[in-house]
Design a protein around this ligand. Structure first.
Ligand code: ADP
Ligand code: MG
Length: 676
């Protein structure tokens, strides 16, 4: 049934509702309230205070209306009272409300109390005439748009709940019984109009359970489908990786070796590899990727590595050229910056197999790029790419092995969900001899000292980053901007070479600025978080972060990772005036730890994954009620059940699992389609 069929919802409101994504009654039922009004308690007027949202029951003593100063509409003023006191109620459009009130009648009012000239008042409260005894209630508050009132939405959801067919069960009865959750119908009723706090909790639990249940089932199915897709490439079992490692100027760490072993095993198996390599900044992921690409090339296959920025891709290209010197392996480079003639040469080389390994930006996923025998696909800093881009790259080969790399440490608990269909390797060790970055939180009063310190490092030939949370200054927020910092730096250090880079600039401009900084042509770089990703400028040894409280812990860790990449001692200053306990705690964590996983775990605890990073980026369906940080225990508790169900009925064909199959399909799309 459509919402337009509800009494009082005309075409205009129906259109607004449509814009909110609410067309049917079912849509309304899944438009969960974001908060509630507690009307289970009536506040006596004597206890009402300014700033409170409260529910009062009062009798109208006097009604007066008059034109307020400068207003075209008449204003209506009610004087109301209960046994304990009196108060004023205001409405700005008297003509609208005149007929709603009569003296000596009693009404309920709900609204925010403010202070007027002659005492406390409520302006434009919601109201209802008292009829019969008081019924305590908790009312839903929905996200809405102008033109659609809470009253409208409540009316629709009430109506929807009365239509029995709106709340069809989505989980099989046996599972509901086994998991001791309430029915979907009870859940919907109580999520919209909770009878009390307990019923609300039961309802919420059921909805979270359902969402996580379908999520986990879908992810397992995805994983299984990949496992059973046995027609990947079997790379030969040989010593390529070990030979390559031995040719490097340094010894690989144990962690790097272990991860390489995991990758080798995958590559040699007929199941197409889909492996995520997580490694903290500086843990040496590039060498691992290079070794894997070497193995592919030695076997006569082509490999490709995609990086999110021109500079990063160019750096990889350079690194690879050095690493592959004397191996006879030919490497190509492709980005939007490559000139037409060179581009033609590279495209040709990829097409006829002259080029073994292609490094590039997302230019490598363009249609003209056709490989002759693509066997291994690597994506660096995978969180910078969309799922579609990664898929498009993989589609350039026939079931190629896939390796994605990320420097964003993801707590194991979350990773198994976010990357449920990927195998995960972790490089949990840094190459030896790295100096710990000295990290300190300082108040803005001491900014001067910090900059003097940085200046002294520049005198020693080093370089400095200064990061700010915003691009431009604004009146709305009191926080530093990269542009503001840039101007300030130029004033502060008229003799230094200062540059600016931020996300509002064109890619080419950004690349040019970064290139100059990497080449040592700039002393200080004012920046936004655009510099967060992957680049390597070992000569930069000081990182100053303005308004550090505005960054997440994981992000601070990433930013800090831009320094400490060379032999020199490096420094990171967090400038912040936040005095709250939480602020101190955060500063403490980041200053005391250089372990990205520990920091990520803390970040997740403090902020939740929604902010940690969006689920959408990972190709996960959007969750509406479940919160992966808070509800992980629920997910863990149902995982075994899901396993059992799929063990007994791998493709969910049994009649008793029909609802499960439908639910997964609703969330992921058709099960039968490849990759779901
Ligand atoms: P990330 O994992 O952040 O991508 P990189 O691959 O860029 O890190 O490596 C960071 C630096 O560490 C590079 O300069 C690289 O040459 C160096 N490196 C990598 N592995 C080792 C190792 N086992 N021993 C010494 N240095 C290493
Ligand atoms: Mg890297």
């Amino acid at each position: 049934m459509l919402v337009s069929e509800v009494k009082g919802i005309g075409p205009k409101k129906a259109e607004l509702l449509k814009q909110m994504g609410i067309v049917t009654l079912d849509d309304m039922l899944s438009h969960y309230p974001h908060t509630y009004e507690d009307r289970s308690k009536i506040t006596p007027l004597a206890e009402v205070q300014e700033g409170m949202n409260c529910y009062i029951r009062a009798t109208v003593e006097k009604i007066s209306s008059h034109f307020a100063h400068g207003r075209r509409n008449k204003m209506m003023r009610l004087l109301v009272s209960d046994d304990t006191g009196t108060m004023e109620i205001l409405f700005f459009q008297a003509s609208f409300y005149e007929r709603s009130f009569h003296t000596e009648e009693t009404y309920y009012f709900y609204g925010r109390v403010s202070r007027g000239k002659s005492g406390l008042l409520m302006a434009h409260p919601e109201f209802e005439k008292m009829s019969g005894p008081f019924e305590p209630s908790i009312l839903p508050v929905y996200r809405t748009v102008k033109g659609i009132s809470q009253k409208d939405l409540r009316k629709i959801s009430r109506f929807a709940l009365e239509q029995t067919d709106s709340a069809e069960e989505t989980l099989p009865g046996w599972l509901i019984k086994k998991s001791r959750i309430c029915s979907r119908e009870a859940a919907l009723r109580n999520i919209h109009f909770p009878a009390d706090k307990m019923s609300f909790r039961t309802a919420k639990y059921r909805l979270v359970y359902e969402e996580l249940f379908f999520l986990q089932t879908g992810l397992f199915l995805k994983g299984r489908m990949r496992q059973s897709a046995g027609d990947g490439i079997c790379f030969s079992h040989n010593s390529a990786v070990r030979d390559f490692a031995a040719s490097l100027p340094y010894e690989l760490t144990d962690a790097q070796m272990r991860v390489l072993q995991e990758i080798s095993n995958d590559m040699e198996s007929p199941v197409p590899m889909q492996r995520l390599v997580q490694g903290d900044v500086g843990s040496g992921k590039t060498a691992v990727a290079a070794a894997a690409l070497y193995k592919a090339a030695e076997d006569g296959y082509q490999g490709v590595m995609m990086a999110p920025t021109e500079l990063l891709a160019a750096q990889h290209f350079e690194t690879f050229q050095e690493m592959f010197q004397g191996t006879g392996i030919r490497i190509g480079f492709l980005s939007s910056g490559v000139r037409a003639k060179e581009r033609r040469r590279v495209l040709e080389g990829i097409g006829n197999g002259d080029i073994d390994i292609l490094i590039g930006t997302h230019a490598v996923i363009q249609d003209e790029v056709e490989f002759s025998r693509l066997g291994l696909v690597v994506t660096d800093e995978q969180h910078r790419f969309g799922v579609d881009q990664r898929k498009k790259l993989a589609a350039k080969g026939k079931n190629p092995d896939i390796l994605v790399m990320t420097a964003t440490p993801i707590p194991r608990t979350l990773a198994v969900v976010l990357f449920g269909d990927l195998d995960i390797s972790v490089i949990d060790e840094l190459p030896p001899g790295r100096k710990k970055i000295e990290t300190r939180a300082v108040s803005s009063r001491r900014r001067r000292e910090v900059y003097d310190f940085a200046s002294a490092r520049i005198d020693e030939g080093r370089q400095v980053y200064v990061v700010a949370p915003f691009i431009e200054d604004s009146e709305a927020v009191d926080a530093a901007s990269a542009s503001g910092v840039f101007r300030d730096l130029k004033k502060r250090f008229p003799d230094r070479r200062v540059a600016l880079v931020h996300g509002g600039m064109k890619q080419q401009e950004k690349d040019a600025v970064m290139q100059a900084f990497a080449a040592g042509e700039t002393d200080i770089l004012a920046a936004t978080v655009v510099i967060e990703v992957g680049i390597n400028v070992p000569n930069a040894t000081t990182m100053i972060i303005e308004n550090a409280e505005r960054f997440g812990l994981a992000q601070l860790h990433q930013l800090r990772g831009r320094v400490g990449r060379g032999e020199e001692q490096s420094y990171c200053f967090l400038i912040t005036d936040m005095k709250s306990e939480l602020g101190k705690q955060r500063a403490e964590i980041i200053a005391s730890s250089s372990d990205g996983f520990y920091i990520a775990e803390k970040d997740l605890e403090m902020r939740g994954p929604g902010e940690f990073f969006g689920t959408k980026q990972h190709g996960l369906p959007e969750l509406t009620v479940a919160d992966l940080a808070r509800h992980m225990p629920i997910l863990n508790s149902l995982r075994e059940d899901v396993k059992d169900i799929l063990q007994a009925d791998p493709s969910l064909e049994a009649p008793e699992n029909r609802l499960i199959a439908l639910g997964v399909e609703r969330m992921f799309g058709k099960i039968a389609e490849a990759g779901i």
